[in-house]
Ligand binder design. Structure first.
Ligand code: HPA
Length: 268
């Protein structure tokens, strides 16, 4: 039987070497800079058969494998979203490849809107948990009993503690909160934001949750951080647009990059 993830992992190893990455990192909208700072091998998604096109502006669809702060990392410079093609499992193959390469941990980043009065544009939020408000699931159609993935502590408590410690050492606030996945691509209405706020969400975005589910399905430990680019719809006079997201993401990205570097450095 063919195994596309294994074939792709073999292809990647043939150019990047056999050493397994310890961590995978998926970079969200406007957060691509970190991939440019890694000494390593970059492969366009277009050269990895079956990888998504990741056609959203503000993403950089390349897989970079190399060393960052003493850790071998696999950085996914772009992600595919459900709203691009109606597939909730759009990131399944890349994550299967990550697992096949030997990684055990995954860090996800995204741009998000904040519903919390104490979390403003330019701030970061560590996901303590999430609400799958889309009702979709990337494991629909998975035929094995492995599909019944437990989601308690899906956001890895130890990785979260380590990320919080890194942020604390750097003096960068990293509050924890609950992220709601809204399918997009239209932004939310103010009524939808009031609804998910009432349900317990602190931030909202169009990604990450399917990847957390897939990561747990594959047995990868996972943590996720949002860079807040705006207050959620109806919560301020600020304009909400993808242009605004891309313009604001780098503000949080600078702090995020410092935390991720410190976190990786502290692993040894
Ligand atoms: N909603 C959904 N996704 C987002 C937002 C938002 O307000 N900001 C950045 N990504």
């Amino acid at each position: 039987m063919t195994n596309p993830a294994k074939d792709l992992a073999d292809q990647i190893r043939s150019v990047a070497g056999d050493a397994p990455p310890a961590f995978g990192l998926i970079l969200g909208s406007g957060l691509g800079h970190l991939a440019d700072t890694v000494a390593g091998v970059a492969i366009d998604y277009a050269d990895l058969h079956g990888f998504p096109h990741a056609g959203v502006s503000g993403h950089n669809p390349k897989l970079v494998i190399g060393d960052l702060e003493g850790q071998r990392v696999a950085i996914f410079g772009g992600r595919a979203h459900y709203y691009e093609n109606g597939r909730g499992d759009a990131m399944r193959l890349p994550l299967e490849v990550l697992k096949e390469l030997g990684a055990t941990r995954l860090i996800l980043t995204n741009a998000a809107g904040s519903m919390r009065p104490d979390i403003d544009p330019g701030d970061l939020m560590l996901l303590s948990d999430h609400i799958n408000f889309s009702g979709l699931n990337p494991l629909i159609g998975e035929p094995t009993d492995k599909r019944f993935v437990p989601m308690t502590d899906a956001h890895d408590p130890q990785m979260r503690d380590q990320l919080k410690a890194a942020a604390r050492d750097l003096g960068i606030p990293l509050p924890e909160g609950v992220y709601a996945w809204y399918s997009g691509p239209s932004f939310e209405t103010p009524a939808e934001i009031r609804a998910i706020r009432t349900l317990g969400a602190d931030a909202v975005g169009m990604s990450t949750v399917p990847e957390v589910i897939l990561a747990r399905f594959l047995g990868l430990r996972v943590a996720a951080i949002s860079t807040v680019t705006n207050k959620a719809a109806g919560m301020s006079d600020e304009n909400i647009s993808h242009e605004h997201t891309k313009a604001m993401a780098p503000i949080g990205a600078e702090k995020l990059e410092k935390i991720l570097r410190r976190f990786l450095r502290d692993q040894q």
